[in-house]
Design a protein around this ligand. Sequence first.
Ligand SMILES: C[S@@+](CC[C@H](N)C(=O)[O-])C[C@H]1O[C@@H](n2cnc3c(N)ncnc32)[C@H](O)[C@@H]1O
Length: 454
Amino acid sequence: MQRFFISREFYVRKRVFKVFPVRTTAYLQILSCKFIIGSKARLSKKQATVPVQPVITKSAKRRQVCQLILDQFEQQYSKELGPLWLSAKVVLLNPQCWQYGVMLNRFTSVADITRILKLQGFTSILPSSVIYTLDPVDTHTPQPDTHPPSILSTNQSLPFQNLPVPIPKHNSEPSSHHNPPPMPSADPGPFPRPSPSPHPPPVPSLQCLIHTSPVRFPSQSHRPGQLKQYYLLNAASLLPVLALEVRDGDRVLDLCSAPGGKALAILQTAHPALLCCNEVDPNRRDWLVKTLESFLPHSLSDTVTVCNLDGRTFGESQPGMYDKVLVDVPCSNDRSWLFSTLSQQGAPRLRERRNLPNLQTALLRSALQAVRPGGVVVYSTCTLSRAENQEVVEAVLSSVPGAELDDLEEELVLPLSDHFTFAPPGHAPSGILVVPHPGKTWGPMFVSRIKRTH
Ligand SMILES: C[S@@+](CC[C@H](N)C(=O)[O-])C[C@H]1O[C@@H](n2cnc3c(N)ncnc32)[C@H](O)[C@@H]1O
C-alpha cells in the first residue's frame, strides 16, 4: 500500500520547458490553445477574441481500423443492439467526431480556464439535480496564493512510501450519517468550510464542460509548482462516479483505478475519509500515481492511498471495510480496440475477450465482499458487450446472497437524456448503457449499481 506522492523528478517533461520557456507564456498559450477537428469546429466572432492555436495531436492522424475486431463487433452488436449499433458504429469508426469533456479540478483555481471554455462555447453537462452539492468552495474566484502546494512545489523528493491503508474503524451506520472528518488545522487546504448560512446556495462540486461540436481542448501539461486545472475524459465516465454517490466521510475503494480519471472525479464530488486506489499493473499504477500527484493537494495525502494488488483478493483480505466500491473493470474497450489493435493482434485480443467475463465476475464478487452491509458497489465497463455487462451482473446477483440491484433510471437516465443516448431498458435491464450516437458521441459506458443488503 502506498501513498500517492512520488518524486518530483518523475514529472519533469523536457518537452514542456523547451516549447514554453517562460512559465506565464506557457500558461497563456496552453489556455488559448484549441484543438479543431474538421470544418464544423468554427469559432464565433466573440469566441475568436480568445487567441486560438491549433494543436496537432495523435488523434488528428489517420487511424487504421482492425478489420477482425470490427467484424466481430458487427456480428455481435447488430444482434444485441439492432439499429442502435448502426449509429454507434458511425461514431466509433470516426474519431474526428468524438467529443471530449473537460472536468475541472476543484483543488485549484479554475476561474481563467472556465472563462475561456465558456467563451469557446463549452457548457456544463451536469444539471444541478445530479450534481452533488458541498458547502461552497469558490472555484470561480482566482486564489493564486491560497491553494495548498502539491508535492510538485516542495523541494524534497519523496519516494514511494510503503504505508498501510488507513482503514478507519468499521461502522455499520449508513454513510450519509457519517460526520465529515475534521479539517486539518495547520494546512486548511481547499476543502469546503462550514457555511454560516443554514441554506447555502448549491454549489456544484463536480464540474464538467462539454462542447456540442467535436472541439478538443488540449490536455494540460505539467505546471511546475501548481496543480493541473482540468482533466479530459469521455463525459460518460462520470456516470459510474455519480452512481456511487460518495458522501463526506465515506470509505471508498476504487478497485481498478488506473489511470485515475474516476478517482479524481470521486474527489471532486465529496470529501471521503479514505479513498483507496488499487491497480494491479505496476506501470499503470505509476501512471495512476502521476495523475493523482498532478491534481491533488498535499492535504489529501492521508486520505488517498494507492495499492498494487489483484482486485480479486480485496473481498477476502478486507471484508466489509468500505462504504462504497467502484469496480471499473478491464473490458473490451470498444473505442480503442477498434483502432489500437494491429491486425495481427486482433486474434489474440478476441481470445482474451472470451476470458474477460470470468475476471470481471471475480472482481465484482470481491467488491461485494469488500463493501459493508448497507454499502454500495458500482460496476462499470466501456464496452457494449452483453457478456461483459448484463451477464456478469446477472451471474453475480444470482450467486451472491444479499446483493440487490438498484435502479438508476430516475437518478441518471431522466436528467441526463439530453446529453447521452441511453439504450432502452430492455437492452440492459441490470444497469444503464450509454450508446454512442452522432451528436452525442459519449460512451460506450455500462453502469450497474448493486446494494449489499446484509
Ligand atoms: C477500465 S481500466 C480502469 C480505468 C480507471 N477506473 C479510470 O477511470 O481511469 C481497468 C483497469 O483495471 C486494471 N486491472 C486489470 N486486472 C485487474 C485486477 N485483477 N485487479 C485490479 N486491477 C486490474 C487494468 O490494468 C486497468 O488499469
